[in-house]
Unconditional design. Structure first.
Length: 248
C-alpha cells in the first residue's frame, strides 16, 4: 500500500532530509586520502545526533553503522572499517536520519583527490541520471517513467543499471511501497499522486549490471570488478511537481 503524506508530515521529512544533506556536506569536507571509513562513520553519527536526530541505518535489519560506505567496485551497503581511503578512490556515502519518527535518505559518490577521467565521468553521468528521474516526478506520471529516464540516460552513456537493488517509498518506515526500479519501459506502475514521497537512487556500473554480496552479508560489489556509483534523493510529489527534501 502506498502511503501519501500530509503537508505537515512532508515538512517533518524535510527536517530529516536537511540533516542528511548537512551530514553529506560535513563529510565531503573530510574526504581525503588517509582517513578511515570508520572515522567517517563516527563523524556522521556524532553530527546527526548533535542535531537531535537519530541515525536511520544503525541497527536497521542488523546493520552495524551509521553510514553505508561503498568504495570503487562496491555498489552499496559497505560496512565502515579500518580501511584507509586512497587518492583515486571513489566513495559512495548513503546516509539516513530520523526526525520525530520520519525518515530522510540520500546518497552521493565522491572522488578522493584526483581521480581518473573514467571515474569522474561515471560520477557525472550517475548524478545526471538521478535528476533525469526526478524530472519525471509529477502528478499523473507513472513510476516507470522515472525508471526509464534513469536507464535511458545511463545506457546512452555506455553504462549499465543495477537491477537487483531499487529505490523505494519512504516515510515512517525506511522502505515503503512503491518500489522504484532504475530500469524498465515507461508508462507502467502506479500513477504518481500528491503526497507520495520517493527515495530515487540510481546505482550505475561502468561494466555489467551483475552484482554479488560478499561474505559479510552486506557489502554488494560488481561481479566484474568495475567501478560503481550511487546517487539518491528523497523527493515528495506535489501538485506543482516535485520537492527534493534532501537537497541542501
Amino acid at each position: 500500500m502506498i502511503i501519501r503524506k500530509s503537508s505537515r508530515e512532508i515538512d517533518i521529512m524535510r527536517k530529516a532530509g536537511q540533516i542528511v544533506a548537512q551530514t553529506h556536506a560535513v563529510l565531503a569536507e573530510k574526504i581525503e586520502a588517509g582517513i578511515t571509513t570508520q572515522e567517517i562513520d563516527q563523524i556522521a553519527e556524532e553530527f546527526i545526533r548533535a542535531q537531535g536526530a537519530k541515525p536511520a541505518f544503525k541497527g536497521y535489519q542488523g546493520f552495524p553503522s551509521t553510514v553505508c560506505i561503498a568504495i570503487n567496485e562496491q555498489v552499496v551497503h559497505g560496512i565502515p572499517s579500518s580501511r584507509h581511503l586512497e587518492t583515486g578512490d571513489i566513495i559512495g556515502l548513503d546516509i539516513g536520519a530520523v526526525v520525530d519518527g520520519y525518515y530522510g535518505d540520500a546518497a552521493r559518490t565522491l572522488p578522493v583527490g584526483q581521480v581518473s577521467e573514467k571515474a569522474e565521468r561515471l560520477l557525472t553521468v550517475t548524478e545526471e541520471s538521478l535528476f533525469k528521474g526526478i524530472e519525471k516526478v509529477k502528478v499523473g506520471n507513472r513510476i516507470s517513467d522515472i525508471s526509464n529516464a534513469v536507464q535511458q540516460h545511463a545506457e546512452q552513456a555506455g553504462y549499465s543499471v543495477v537491477r537487483r537493488f531499487v529505490g523505494h517509498g519512504i516515510g515512517r518506515n525506511m522502505h515503503e511501497d512503491p518500489q522504484i526500479p532504475n530500469f524498465g519501459s515507461p508508462g507502467r506502475g502506479p500513477r504518481l499522486k500528491a503526497g507520495m514521497v520517493l527515495a530515487i537512487e540510481p546505482m550505475i556500473n561502468a561494466g555489467g549490471y551483475e552484482v554479488e554480496t560478499l561474505d559479510d552479508n552486506w557489502t554488494v560489489v560488481t561481479c566484474d570488478g568495475e567501478l560503481s556509483a550511487h546517487f539518491e534523493h528523497t523527493v515528495a510529489v506535489t501538485d506543482s511537481g516535485f520537492r527534493i527534501l534532501t537537497k541542501a
